[in-house]
Structure formats: structure tokens, C-alpha cells
Design a protein around this ligand. Structure first.
Ligand code: GLV
Length: 328
């Protein structure tokens, strides 16, 4: 009998066809609506594997019901939606999708930086609304990106590739990270600094750190107050790293100039959220890795990881490595 995989979002046909070669598939029927928790809790009882997305909460309650559950392939690089200790306790492998999305997510982070600095969303709306009357000396004047200082908070794979893009814009690159990143320092001339130095010196503060106990709520009013008044804040990692109220207050008080946000505390963010009323906020619906090529590559990575587990191989992108010692 083929292992049963429960898929928590409707996936494209080509991925379903691939999965069906080796697995029996049960799939939530919608692509844009999350599977209700009670259905997931029911489905996990029979599943040998789950293919999940970041909005699914994968916790002890869920794992404890998965009597046959061997692996969860989570379609994301971030895994803050997963209780890794609980997964290991139940002998369940957790896999993510790093690498295939690095360049794409860095492109989006840099595009968001450019869009925010050059007021592109505001400008596009201006044209579409028929407000453009004449060329004008300071019309929609933004701020330069080239030759400015970018401060990258979280110099992992995506951070490094954002730094590479920044180097192409002749930017000075400073970064803060748990560890020094010698390769970025040597190849890109990135300079390591303390968080406070970064906040004080950067024209663009770009958050790319994973959400952990340490990074949760890392950006409070105090952090925004340390930034330059014309600094631009970009967040392309996870919403809860930022205190959104503090960000709103800082923007309102003119303590920073603008913000570009791809992620929010609660997703989807409500259309009446105060941040969305600000013209100097560019908001995107968590689309860092959203290109057709990359999303398919992420799904393929999930399939590869499932295949590895059911062939008794170690998945290439296993997150909870301690699962290997509990493998049965
Ligand atoms: C998306 O946010 C991801 O972690 O891949």
C-alpha cells in the first residue's frame, strides 16, 4: 500500500501527478484558504506524511494524533510554525525548503527596498488615478539607494544574497548576525557591527532574521528611535520580529522615513490596519518566494524530502537532525 500524504493546500497539477506516483494523496481543496484546524487534526490521524505551509500550526497536539506520521514537508525555509522538540519526541522528521528560494526572496527584499525608497507604489497609483498633471521638479521625489548604507539584520543565505545585490548598487554593507560571516566580509566587503551601530549608521535597515525566541519583538520603539530620521525599514522575514504599534508610532512621529513590509504579525493583515493607511508604508502579502519557478521548486523539494523518508534515506533539508537518532 502506498503511504498516505495529506496536503494542506491545493497544489498545481504537475506536483500532484508527481506525488501520485508514490503516494496516496488526500488534499485540502482550496489554494487560498487555510485548512481548518479541526480538519487537519482529523486528517493527521491516518496520514503517513503531511505536506504543509507556514500558516499551519504544527504542534504537539497535532503530532500526538499522528499515529503513522513519519514526516512533515513544510513548504518554506522558515519553520517557526513547527514545534521541533515535539516533532523529535514523536519521531517525526521536519523538512523545509531552503536554497531554492534564496535568490527569489532576496530579489523581493531588494525590490521592496527600491519600491519604498522610490515611492513606486504611490507613484503608480498616482498615474492610474489620473492625478499626473505635469512633470514637476520635486514630484514624488524619493530617496537614493545607490551609495547609501544598507544594514542587514540576519546574515544568513538570503541576507548574503541581498548584500550581493546591494554591492551592485555600490552600497556600503553593514550587518548584524549571531555569528560573523567571513565569506560576506571578504567577498562583498560587508562589515560586522553591533545592533546599535547598525541602527545608527544604516540608511536602510533590512530585517532577514528568522523568528526565534531571541528575535521576537526585536524591533521596538527604542530601535526605531536609534535609526536615522530618513532611514527606511524593510522586513522580509517574519512579522512578530517587529512591534507593529511601535513601528506605526515611529513612522507617525517622523522617527524613520518609511517602511516596506512583506510580513505582518497577523497574516493576512486586516485592510483597516493603521499601518496600511500610511502612504510611506509599502505592504505586500508575504510574497518573498512567490515566483512560479521558485514555488514549483519548493514543492519539488517537499516531494524529494518525502521520497527520502519513505526510501529510508536522510532528507536533504531535514531540520530536526535529532530525529535521526530516534528513527525507527
Ligand atoms: C516564507 O516565508 C518562507 O519561510 O519560506
Amino acid at each position: 500500500m502506498k503511504p498516505l500524504v495529506y496536503v494542506t493546500r491545493k497544489l498545481p497539477e504537475e506536483i500532484i501527478v508527481r506525488l501520485q506516483e508514490n503516494y496516496e494523496i488526500d488534499m485540502w481543496s482550496k489554494a487560498e484558504v487555510q485548512v481548518p484546524r479541526e480538519i487537519l487534526l482529523e486528517k493527521v490521524k491516518k496520514a503517513d506524511a503531511l505536506l504543509t505551509v507556514i500558516s499551519d500550526r504544527l504542534d504537539e497536539e497535532l503530532f500526538s494524533k499522528g499515529e503513522n506520521l513519519k514526516v512533515v514537508a513544510n513548504m518554506a525555509v522558515g519553520y517557526d510554525n513547527v514545534d521541533l522538540d515535539a516533532a523529535s519526541k514523536y519521531g517525526i522528521a521536519i523538512c523545509n525548503t531552503p536554497d531554492v528560494l534564496t535568490d527569489t526572496t532576496a530579489d523581493l527584499a531588494f525590490a521592496l527596498l527600491l519600491a519604498t525608497a522610490r515611492r513606486m507604489v504611490e507613484a503608480a497609483e498616482f498615474v492610474k488615478n489620473g492625478e499626473w498633471k505635469s512633470w514637476s521638479p520635486m514630484l514624488l521625489a524619493g530617496t537614493d539607494v545607490h551609495h547609501k548604507t544598507i544594514g542587514i539584520v540576519g546574515m544568513g543565505k538570503i541576507g548574503t544574497v541581498v548584500a550581493k545585490r546591494a554591492a551592485g548598487f555600490d552600497m556600503e554593507i553593514i550587518y548584524h548576525n549571531r555569528r560573523r560571516h567571513e565569506v560576506a566580509e571578504e567577498m562583498l566587503g560587508a562589515r560586522y557591527c553591533s545592533m546599535d551601530e547598525l541602527l545608527e549608521e544604516a540608511d536602510f535597515v533590512v530585517c532577514l532574521a528568522p523568528l526565534t525566541e531571541e528575535t521576537k519583538g526585536m524591533f521596538q520603539r527604542e530601535q526605531f528611535q536609534k535609526m536615522k530620521k530618513d532611514a527606511i525599514f524593510i522586513n522580509a522575514s517574519r512579522g512578530p520580529i517587529v512591534n507593529e504599534e511601535a513601528l506605526y508610532d515611529a513612522l507617525q512621529a517622523g522617527e524613520i522615513a518609511a517602511a516596506g513590509l512583506d510580513v505582518f504579525n497577523e497574516e493576512p493583515i486586516g485592510a483597516n490596519h493603521p499601518l496600511l493607511a500610511l502612504t510611506n508604508v509599502v505592504a505586500l502579502p508575504h510574497i518573498g518566494s512567490a515566483t512560479k519557478e521558485t514555488r514549483i521548486a519548493m514543492m519539488e523539494t517537499c516531494c524529494d524530502n518525502l521520497d527520502a523518508i519513505f526510501a529510508d534515506r536522510t532528507p536533504r533539508t531535514l531540520v530536526n537532525k535529532d530525529f535521526l537518532s530516534s528513527r525507527h
